[in-house]
Design a protein around this ligand. Sequence first.
Ligand SMILES: NC(=O)c1ccc[n+]([C@@H]2O[C@H](COP(=O)([O-])OP(=O)(O)OC[C@H]3O[C@@H](n4cnc5c(N)ncnc54)[C@H](OP(=O)(O)O)[C@@H]3O)[C@@H](O)[C@H]2O)c1
Length: 339
Amino acid sequence: MTDTMTRITLARRPKGLPTPGDFTLETSKVPTPGADEVLIAVTHLSLDPYMRGRMDDAKSYAPSVDIGGTMTGQGVGRIITSNADGFVPGDLVIGATGWASHAVLPTDGLRKLDEALPPSTALGVLGMPGMTAWTGLREYGRPKAGQTLVIGAATGPVGAMVGQLAKAAGMRTVAVAGGPEKCRLAVETFGFDAAVDHRAYDDAASLRRALAEAAPDGVDIYWENVGGKLLEAVVPLMNVGGRVPVCGMIAWYAGVDGDGTDRLPGLWRSVLVKRLSVNGFIIFDHWDKFPDFLSEVAPKVASGEITYLEDIAKGLENAPAAFIAMLQGGNTGKQIVEL
Ligand SMILES: NC(=O)c1ccc[n+]([C@@H]2O[C@H](COP(=O)([O-])OP(=O)(O)OC[C@H]3O[C@@H](n4cnc5c(N)ncnc54)[C@H](OP(=O)(O)O)[C@@H]3O)[C@@H](O)[C@H]2O)c1
């Protein structure tokens, strides 16, 4: 076994979009687990949009990464050494490993994985993003057959799962995705009824015209992954009684640009007059339902009824570049790093 490990730390807080210089690749000695702890060799790391927020020093629902601290994240790996009951060397587990080749962790946040499934699925379709889609759609979207759903970042792990579940519930599903290839994937791989390329429209008004054609009966669920131009385009198309699960707003994660003209008051007036339900939600509040999610969705993933895409970067040293690309749409499917 190697006695050195690598990790990616936060070198400085980014302004806007992160750059490679905001991260440092460090080498150190592999730590020794204490009582009730295990040592894990990480094989797969998840890259997620929320990590951009952890790089800021702003108050949020979760703590920031300290300067010099290991970037936070979920990883899958095999236990090398165990000082904890119930876990033995060789066990495949998921936990908060951070962006690192090895991690010493207590076992309370660890979960053993089903060896029959590809390990990376625990980070995407059968992990936090899949669970977010399943929970948010049931709790806040409340799909109804014959109605229409619109979702951005539609080929990502949240969007692809929401689209497939809504379609299975009998909805018309409209994907918003970046570029013709992702639009093709949305329809051909994930079964969306229509796809609109947000990159083809410079402003909200022209994007709205394209969405109105794709959603001729109006929009009943707008699943908010994106914010920005898409939010402005969709809200006027919403039907009375529409639902807006507010899951994320990746267009604004690296800061807000534009001409400084605030259009939100007009948009949110639509929320009022159309009596829209708008629910912000953070998946951690629903984690007790994770076993229900797995028992319903894992068999459908195994049978192919629910499909998924992964975008695998190779090597921990390439995690920063893959993360920066993901924040701009460079990923196709769930972004994973294979170590
Ligand atoms: N509330 C919660 O508990 C929770 C949990 C998980 C995820 N989330 C949120 O859910 C959203 C999707 O997450 P995910 O894990 O499925 O990630 P993801 O789809 O892999 O996210 C990256 C994608 O966002 C899209 N994007 C980036 N900038 C954009 C912009 N300016 N306008 C439109 N689209 C843009 C890009 O897709 P295109 O190239 O197609 O534009 C990019 O590929 C994120 O906002 C995330 O923060 C929330």
